[in-house]
Design a protein around this ligand. Structure first.
Ligand SMILES: [Zn+2]
Length: 255
């Protein structure tokens, strides 16, 4: 079983200005859990042209006011791009990146997000003719309004925000979305804040593994196994690494 590759840069541990809950310790906890078992790949920052695929010049300018924030946010986008490109080449991959991105719309951002990592990575694959149609599976507790806003009028991207009040119907909805749609790649906006001990108080560690497995099974049936995941939310530090590992073990499943 081929393991999922991890895209990571030490600068993701930077203490840029954001809400205290979106702390460097989040990425550190996951890194510590994965460091001995997985292969790590270091990304480069994205270019300004990459940012302009999704964002307006004015939002880019507003993030640039803080050079450290701009540097790390550009590295997160660069990490997302590399993660998606590895998936295109046939390597399943996970972007262990921060800041998260799914609340970043073309012209505004909130919720600890600055640039939309997932939207830029997917848009770049489309513009470069690497895919014709993609699926964004957003399993974060919060609705990924930024990604949804960017792709809302488009037929070449399905953005599925899974919202269910109990774990059984959540996993069932994930299954349905994966089965009814057609796509050339699956990108998981991987938030872990729906975990039973986190804010959402719903999903178990086993559920994250099951979701990863469902993605792997459908990716292998429909798109040559191409799938990747990008870190979004997740704030219960003691089990965050364990839950990420569960999702990645599920994604590595080969039927
Ligand atoms: Zn969230």
């Amino acid at each position: 079983m081929e393991k999922v590759k991890i895209i990571y840069h030490p600068k993701y541990l930077s203490d840029y200005p954001t809400a205290s809950v979106e702390s460097p310790e989040r990425v550190k906890a996951i890194y510590d859990e994965l460091k001995n078992d997985f292969e790590f790949v270091e990304p480069k920052p994205c270019s300004e042209d990459d940012l302009l695929l999704v964002h307006t010049p004015s939002i880019i300018k507003s993030v640039k006011i803080n050079p450290l924030l701009f540097e790390v946010a550009s590295l997160a986008v660069g990490g997302a791009i590399l993660t998606s490109e590895l998936a295109i080449k046939g390597d399943k991959a996970f972007g262990l990146i921060r800041p998260p991105g799914h609340h970043a719309s073309p012209d505004h951002h909130w919720g600890f997000c600055f640039f939309n990592n997932m939207a830029i990575a997917m848009e770049r694959l489309i513009r470069n003719n690497k895919i014709k149609k993609g699926l964004v599976l957003d399993i974060d507790l919060h609705f990924g309004d930024g990604t949804d806003n960017f792709f809302s009028s488009r037929k070449d991207m399905v953005v599925a925000n899974i919202q269910a009040s109990d774990r059984k119907s959540f996993v069932e909805q994930v299954k349905q979305v994966l089965e009814i749609n057609i796509y050339d790649i699956i990108g998981i906006s991987a938030g872990f804040d729906r975990y039973e001990l986190d804010w959402g108080a719903t999903l178990t560690t086993e559920d994250f593994e099951e979701i990863g497995k469902l993605v792997a099974i459908n990716a292998s049936k429909k798109c040559n196994g191409r799938c990747f995941a990008l870190l979004e939310g997740g704030y219960y530090l003691p089990d965050l690494g364990k839950n990420v590992k569960a999702l990645l073990n599920g994604m590595a499943y080969e039927s």
